[in-house]
Each structure stands twice: as C-alpha cells, then as structure tokens.
Design a protein around this ligand. Sequence first.
Ligand code: C5P
Length: 138
Amino acid sequence: MGGDDMAPILLVSAAALVDVDGRVLLAQRPEGKSLAGMWEFPGGKVDPGESPEHALIRELHEELGIDTWESCLAPLSFASHRYSEFHLLMPLFVCRRWAGQPHGREGQALRWVRPRDMRALPMPPADLPLIPALIDLL
Ligand code: C5P
C-alpha cells in the first residue's frame, strides 16, 4: 500500500439549484482559493457530526444568502475524486425550492447554466462527472 492510499477523506455537500427554466446555478471559485476561477456546484465541507443535508443548508445560507429545507433536497449523484491533498467525497442534491435570491456573499460570481452547456465552462474535476445525471434529469 503506497502513501497515496492514505489521503484524508474530505466530505463536501453540493447543490444543484434548479430554476423554473431547468437551469442550474454555478458559482465561480474566487481568487485566492484552490481551483480559483472554476465554476462549481455551490456547497461546502460537512462538519464533524453534521449531516450532509444540514451542512448544505448551512453553506447555502452562508455562501448564497438563501434558505432551504431538508425536505427540498433530493440526492441525485455522488462524486468521488482524488485531489493531491485529499480524497473528495461529494453528494450532489437537487434543490428546486428555496427562500431568497441567491447572491455571492463571499464575492463569488454566479450564473445559471443549462446542464448541456456546462462542458464549455472550466469546472473542478470532481464536479464534471456529475453533469450527465443533470442532463438526464433536466
Ligand atoms: O469550498 P471549499 O474550498 O471549502 O471546498 C473544499 C474543496 O472541495 C475544494 O478545495 C475543492 O477541491 C473541492 N470542491 C470541489 N467541487 C465543489 C466544491 C468543492 O471539487 N463543488
């Protein structure tokens, strides 16, 4: 067994916020963060003892200023990607109902994108395999 197998696991919850036209919200990772400039499904790290759903509800509030509820989160797919520093495990939840207007509270740019148009954007490698499930769904 090599050292590569010992990468810590990072659990992140991500959302596909879907609007009435079937477009999905992507957020651009800001300068100074890893993968800066890439367009990601919004979300963030799951804290110890926290459920993925509650982590996502918290992160969507902190990052985008919107509120949603566990009953509005439907699991769609799951990403597993080995970055150099950690192995990312990332469930993707579809969300069609929330309160408030999403805005980048941490300065991140936002855009609504049809899943079939996502391949034209730079996205984190962990996020790319999630696109086909969204194309099928929408
Ligand atoms: O957003 P944050 O930096 O806390 O996310 C931790 C890591 O998870 C990022 O460095 C990035 O590698 C990864 N990530 C991702 N796709 C997302 C969200 C996070 O690959 N949609």
